[in-house]
Design a protein around this ligand. Structure first.
Ligand SMILES: CC(C)(COP(=O)(O)OP(=O)(O)OC[C@H]1O[C@@H](n2cnc3c(N)ncnc32)[C@H](O)[C@@H]1OP(=O)(O)O)[C@@H](O)C(=O)NCCC(=O)NCCS
Length: 172
């Protein structure tokens, strides 16, 4: 397993990894990721990938993937909060996902470490939100120094069920 920066050749693998969330949520309705109501179409996702690559090139995003035998099995990203520049552009927003069969083996931690190191000098604060019941993930973020600063009640509406989210920040 290798952790490295995003390459153009990662497009299919990364989009597959993101798409898998929509199958996973059917088996695990508590999955700690916020999803679109409709599974995104591949054409839209290709556009998103091109935009992310542009942001990485311009220095407005840090994006690392975990690769195993040519396949993308995880990613971690921090993307500038406000583009074009604003008074919140010193903040980066973190996202992380590891493929189902690969969790609990240190891959998420390895990705986060490299991404957060790379964020130093680029962003002053990194923020994220996590579903309140996802205490495992909160512990993982706390190990990196993230602190919870508030709870947003009923922030996620999944079907008929509402979930609270916990907001966390890290001063780099
Ligand atoms: C959260 C996630 C990115 C962590 O990556 P990972 O490779 O499993 O993490 P690591 O192996 O480096 O660290 C494991 C830690 O993460 C926690 N963790 C969180 N969700 C987990 C999961 N679904 N499976 C295994 N470990 C998980 C473990 O409890 C462990 O903490 P502990 O050692 O205190 O018990 C990954 O588990 C994942 O993609 N989960 C599903 C989606 C999700 O919950 N995303 C959070 C979005 S805020």
């Amino acid at each position: 397993m290798k952790v490295r920066t995003l390459l153009p050749s990662d497009r299919a693998g990364l989009l597959r990894l993101l798409d898998q969330s929509y199958d996973e949520v059917k088996r695990n309705p508590g999955l700690g990721e916020s999803l679109r109501l409709e599974r995104p179409k591949m054409s839209g996702q290709v556009k998103w990938f091109d935009e992310i690559r542009k942001l990485v090139r311009s220095g407005d995003a840090v994006f690392y993937v975990a690769e195993e035998k040519g396949d993308v099995i995880g990613f971690c990203s921090v993307v500038k909060k406000d583009i074009p520049e604003s008074e919140m552009s010193h903040i980066g927003v973190l996202g992380v996902r590891v493929a189902e069969g690969w969790r609990g083996r240190g891959i998420g931690s390895k990705l986060m470490k490299q991404v957060l190191d790379k964020c130093k000098g680029k962003f002053e604060i990194v923020e994220l939100f996590v579903f309140k019941p996802n205490e495992d993930a909160q512990r993982l973020y706390e190990r990196f120094g993230f602190k919870a600063w508030g709870v947003a009640p009923r922030y996620i509406k999944r079907g008929k069920k509402y979930l609270d989210t916990v907001y966390m920040y890290l001063n780099l």
